[in-house]
Write a protein that binds this ligand. Structure first.
Ligand code: SF4
Ligand code: SF4
Length: 99
């Protein structure tokens, strides 16, 4: 769980429990191949790919209908994505859009 941050210019607060630093990724995101891996892996029983598409369309009613707010931000949908898409970031954005 946690947020991906692409810069070193961040503020550490007392609530920061850990930081993981990875090497620069040398892969690129590819188009969704509709494999459904993100759906099968989601512990909250959501449809991350559908939420991602709703975010791209700015479809607020779909975001609500897909129970986007129930995402626990575990990161699994990004981890398993066949196309290396950061699906979790889209779902987080969807949560913020319907607050
Ligand atoms: S980050 Fe959210 S949408 Fe993605 S697998 Fe975890 S609970 Fe499901
Ligand atoms: S795991 Fe990735 S490629 Fe597969 S359906 Fe989900 S978003 Fe698309």
């Amino acid at each position: 769980m946690g947020r991906s941050i692409k810069t070193e210019d961040i503020i550490i607060t007392p609530t920061t429990t850990s930081i993981l630093a990875f090497k620069v990724n040398d892969y690129v995101e590819e188009p969704c191949v509709r494999c459904g891996s993100c759906i099968l892996s989601c512990p909250a029983d959501l449809q991350p790919v559908s939420i991602m598409n709703a975010v791209k369309r700015k479809d607020m009613s779909a975001l609500k209908a897909f129970d986007t707010k129930n995402c626990i931000e575990c990161g699994l949908c990004s981890y398993v994505c066949t196309s290396k898409i950061n699906v979790t970031d889209y779902v987080k954005k969807g949560k913020a859009m319907i607050l």
